[in-house]
Design a protein around this ligand. Structure first.
Ligand code: URA
Length: 427
């Protein structure tokens, strides 16, 4: 394994040569041992950014990322395991509803999640607004909760694909995040190491997602589905537009409250619809013939949610933090709402305190934005369109500034194009 030279691998990839399995294994292991320097790995990542990875190289790269840490063994549970991963969107609280819902339908859902960075919120940050709730579980606790409750949402331990942590941090500062093979191997190595037997990927595109064009999102989806299947995980992807926020609430505690509304059979229709679409795909993958809508409407998904929160020390009946400052933004004129921009709302929620700029930052449980109008609605001048929630005046002002160009009101009733093509990608 010591026959390789980092410089030769970098120049080879730069000039279009393929990396052999042995070279991939060597370079990732040597990097973990600090025998390949950060600047050499940076150069290799940049060469991959421009040259890509062939399907064979990508499988080898992902294999070695998985092999860099532990792989959970969830075999032997009495229910089939199935998980969902979203590439992140504004107001995306789907996991909070979906995990207990799919568990109520008879599957076990191991949702090992990360924290939010930038304008898309993190599932753990949302759940941490529930007093007492604990994100950190041992592998034994995860297994026991999956068997008992059927759903776990917790922090992905440092042992899963640890080389990804270093590579991701390096990509972040070297302009190499936006590479389809690097994103795919990063996401899928963690999901495969988590031990789920089946996986639904919710790949978002649009202003509020980290990929704006549908074609690129589709390419990412196909690449990740291929990787899942190559590693024995039944995988499908759903392509979801993310041009406007999902639901009304964008923040932490307010998204928990909205999730509970959906779990109790109500809530915004777009959140309910996407949750049911994803649940249907998850149940199909593990062969469970249950209509998930019945489990929202009869209270059983909400019951599983309560047990899931309690099992991790949380009080599902606790009053959640309320922001001391509230500010209503009014429509500047009458007309039809042509656009409520997801990115602007996400950035506003982030600046209000709901998100973090660096991974060490704390988030505010109570800050966020309530979106009071939907695209297509007819509004009067002066009608409330957003409510901003913040802990102090300086956050409030920064959030307000981010909303400046978020809303477009026109004279004609807008027509929204139907989503082009199939939105489910199967292997
Ligand atoms: N999320 C990840 O985990 N990795 C990426 O590369 C991008 C998003």
């Amino acid at each position: 394994m010591s026959d390789f030279s980092a410089v030769e691998l970098i120049t080879g990839k730069r000039d279009g040569a393929a990396l052999s399995d042995e070279a991939i294994a060597w370079v990732l292991e040597a990097y973990q041992r600090d025998d390949v320097a950060e600047e050499q790995m940076s150069a290799l990542l940049m060469a991959i950014y421009f040259r890509g990875l062939s399907p064979r190289e990508l499988t080898g790269w992902t294999d070695r990322m998985i092999a860099s840490g532990e792989r959970l063994d969830l075999r032997g549970l009495s229910r089939p395991t199935v998980d969902k991963h979203s590439t992140g969107g504004v107001g995306d609280k789907i996991s909070l509803i979906l995990a207990p819902l799919v568990a109520a339908c008879g599957a076990a859902v191991p949702q090992l999640s990360g924290r939010g960075l930038g304008h898309t919120g993190g599932t753990l940050d949302k759940l941490e607004s529930i007093p007492g709730w604990r994100a950190s579980l041992s592998n034994d606790e995860i297994r026991a909760q999956l068997e008992d409750v059927g759903a776990v949402i917790c922090a992905a331990g440092a042992g899963l694909a640890p080389v990804d942590r270093r590579l991701y941090a390096l990509r972040d500062v070297t302009g190499t995040v936006a590479s389809i093979p690097l994103i795919s191997s990063s996401i899928m190595s963690k999901k495969i190491a988590e031990g789920t037997s089946a996986l639904v990927l919710d790949v978002k595109f649009g202003s509020g997602a980290f990929i704006s064009e549908r074609d690129r999102a589709e390419e990412l989806a196909r690449t990740m589905v291929g990787l899942g299947l190559a590693h024995g995980v039944k995988t499908v992807a759903h392509l979801t537009p993310m041009a406007t926020p999902l639901g009304r609430a964008v923040g932490n505690a307010i998204e928990v409250t909205e999730s509970v509304e959906v779990l109790r059979g109500g809530g915004p229709s777009d959140v309910r619809e996407l949750t049911l679409n994803l649940a249907t795909l998850m149940l199909e993958l593990v062969g469970l013939d249950v209509d998930p809508a019945t489990k929202l409407d009869d209270g059983s998904a909400y019951e599983v949610y309560r047990r899931m929160i309690e099992a991790q020390g949380g009080d599902p009946d606790a009053t959640l933090a309320e922001a001391p400052l509230r500010h209503v933004v009014e429509a500047p004129r009458a007309g039809y709402v042509e656009r409520v921009d997801a990115l602007a709302v996400g950035v506003a929620a982030w600046r209000l305190g709901a998100g973090r700029a660096r991974k060490e930052d704390d988030v505010s449980a109570s800050a966020g934005v309530m979106v009071l109008v939907r695209e297509g609605a007819l509004v009067e001048a002066g009608q409330p369109v957003f409510e901003l929630l913040a802990e102090d005046q300086s956050h409030l002002e920064r959030g307000l500034e981010a909303l400046t160009d978020s809303l477009l009101i026109g004279d004609d009733e807008p027509r929204f194009p139907a989503s082009p093509g199939e939105n489910v990608i199967r292997g």
